[in-house]
Design a protein around this ligand. Structure first.
Ligand code: FES
Length: 89
């Protein structure tokens, strides 16, 4: 997608690092790495893909998560991060 920057996801408990290229969603990168995640709307509106994170500078692009949700969840179908995003898996 235009304007997307690559970033890294670190699955901290399994110590796996997944690079999310600029042209791919975090959801697609996680699925390609075998991470069990349910695809839903794909446009940030349903919350089906909402995934917990523990640390990172998330760029939230969804329209379904509340501000409170966003402190610990992100929607990988549309949201991005700067640098490394740490997931508790
Ligand atoms: S799949 Fe619907 S918000 Fe991500």
């Amino acid at each position: 997608m235009a304007g997307w920057e690559p970033f890294e996801i670190w699955l901290v408990w399994s110590d796996r690092r997944i690079t999310v290229p600029a042209e791919q969603s975090a959801l697609a990168a996680l699925q390609a790495a075998g991470f069990p995640i349910e695809p839903g709307c794909g446009n940030g509106s349903c919350g089906e893909c909402a995934t917990e994170y523990v640390e990172g500078d998330v760029v939230h692009k969804d329209s379904c998560l509340s501000l409170d949700d966003r402190t610990h969840l992100f929607s990988p179908c549309v949201s991005r991060a700067r640098g490394t995003l740490v997931l508790p898996f």
